[in-house]
Design a protein. Sequence first.
Lengths: 164, 670
Amino acid sequence: MAMRRRVPRDGGAFEAFLESVKPTLVQALVATYGPVDGREAAVDALSWAWEHWDQVAQVEHPVRYLYRVGQSATRRFLPKPLPYHLVEIIDARSPDVEPGLLPALERLSEQQRTVVLLVHGYAWRQVEVAALLDVSPSTVAEHLSGALARLREELEVDDVRGRG
Amino acid sequence: MSVDVVEQLRSLTRSFDEFVGEVTSDEVMGEHTDDEGRDRRLTQVAAAVIVLALIGGLAALMQLRDAGAPSDGGTLSVAALADALVGRVWVAIDYPLPQLPFMRLSDGDGSTGVELVGSDGCNDQSGPFRLDGNTVAGSQIGSTDVGCSTPRIAGVWDGTTLTVDSGTLTVTDSSGTSTRWLPLDALSPIAPNELVGSYTMGTATITVTPDAVTTDGCERSWTADESTLRFTSSRCDLQGPATFVLLNAPEWSVVGDDQRVVVQIDRRFVRLDRTDADAPARPGLASFLGAIGDRTWVYDAPSTDYPLARRPSLRPPPSWNEAGAQLVAGFDGCNAYALNGSWTASGEGWQVADAAGSGTLIGRGERPTVEVTNGSVLSLTPDGLLSVAAPDGNVYLFRDIRAATFADMTQSPVAELPGRWELDPGVLLDIKLGTGPDGIGVITFGTCGVNWWPTGNEWIGAGPVPADCVPPAESPSAAALVALLDTGPTGTTPGPVERPITVGVNPERNVLYLANDDGSIVVRLTRLDTDPTPPNDSVAALAGPTWWLKDVLVDGTPVAPPPEGLGRGYFEFVDDLPCQDCPDGPKLVGYDLCNSFQMAVAIDDGFVTRGGWNASTLVGCDGVAAYEAINELLWSGTGFSYTLSADRLVLTSEDGTTELILSPNQPSAR
């Protein structure tokens, strides 16, 4: 056990990198794991990048790379329920959000939830989501369609946009 | 009603954004310091311990502790025993009769040791004695010889042993009879107007009103003279020695608590037991301090409420209620501190009053702190926890680490240790049992591996922390753990230097406490694995050689060979793996033409079942058919089957479509 952590010295370059990837990475992991664990996973992934900056600096798609690092950090603590248990908090802060939305999102598959929140919640393009998840755009489209259908069904509402 | 699901999703993510807030650079980079930062943190920890010692807390405690005494005991060393005894009046407060035996002990001259003047509850006694260790020798105590039917107490004769534990003197004579004594100065003075209430004194009933003391057939009016109750009416003609003494005295001087008061009349002492229905259920100060003193109390909140493993802790010394005495030494989660002052009765507990403190001054940042301050009220809960009610209304519960050991268990605490534990959130710690004849195990966290071994039923020993140990920077508690475990340079001592560490466990046995001898460092670990028993699978059939990738087939057809430069794929099956956050048991490690990976496995009857734990370098290698086929086999379904022959291992995916042909012979370089 004689491994020693590598510590980057070029803090300036890393800080610029941090500012460029942080918003999208946080959104991606929050979409997958919710605001609590997603934020924690993002901090873990970015901290990992800080420790392995010489390696991360060479990565072609750093958000995808760090998204996987964040997934790995989160999965270390499985099994546990997905953290969509914030209904009370969300209710208090956003009374216009349907109470059934969070439970409905929780019942989606992980990929469906990630896709639908990134595309319709955070306004990502489908090709950007495909790049993040390392799947084809058609796969994203399928997940998106399925997720919306499930949400409509679960919420039992008329979606003026979807039905229009 | 029409609802726009898409707009709902946007509202939800806006709530998420508000909830998540800003991820700051400090969060990402701040805790990942270089070696200089680690040194700084360790210096802070060391400074905390040093300053605490300097301000008297640890120094006083350690001075009183015999080097050979058990780590959990409050028993005074022989050297300190005489100092603790003399200059005090000791009363046998539990004596069944109201007129209490007492011993007034003072320094004798050079040849006589300790001088005693007292009473055994019936006969007066006086004379010198010496101490040989904690045994009375050369006793020349003389006694009156009145015939009594009073209960016998252990006398201070030759062969009698004296011990002071948590401030209580126990005298045990050669017949095995023990008597418990408290020093009078451990009891709080009680003002006359605080005495108003009802009492029993043996079989007699005593009532104290604001202007009179009444018992059957007698009433005497009184006035308060500062701390003294002074009678102003004539004496009564009473029967019985205690009531006679009590109600025929010119004045009372009273100490005690809300349940028992000791009235001093001239040189004698009488106990009254309060019977008021509304009297607070508060232990006497002496018994309270005896219950909480000279032991380490660890803040017992769950990890969700207090995330750091290095826990706030308290250690009240075995001191008495002397004005300005030290009340507590502790660690508030960031700084070590000591508090001097006095105790005053408050509700069901005892309140810190007139407190003045000193301590280290490390910046707290966002670190939560829990401490005893002026105005804090301390009390014991029915469950034996120490409650600290802060002046701001918050209540913090502390657990006695000594009581949290294994008194209610039939097995050794060592059996509780192996497994995976969480140090700070996300920082894992692995404890493995020793397998060699010396029984030495290892505690692993970050890059640190520290030996430990069982030394008894209540504590373990630890060895020096290796020089290349770098505690996980993201763990504020890791440096404290290093300070707890590290014995420092071994110097000329052969082998590791012993570092006793007290081990405690909560009743649910999912929280472990480790504390050093003086209680200045307490670390709390939370068990992660619900089943600490390692799997029994054997990898003997597959372990040994490195299995090199020879061919990859999908539906029986070899896939395109991987491009040059990707290196050789290989697999190794190992009994176990020294890794930071993995469970015990067999592992498969290897290289899949793109990523190095590790996974927990169970091997049985020609099938490799994938375990719940895995790790990978997680680099994407799209378009490499062999890599994709390997990953399909490794990560699909529940595992894969294997066929072993002398020079070949074939792994087949669960659906049978993918086969890996492996060879123990390293292929020649391409």
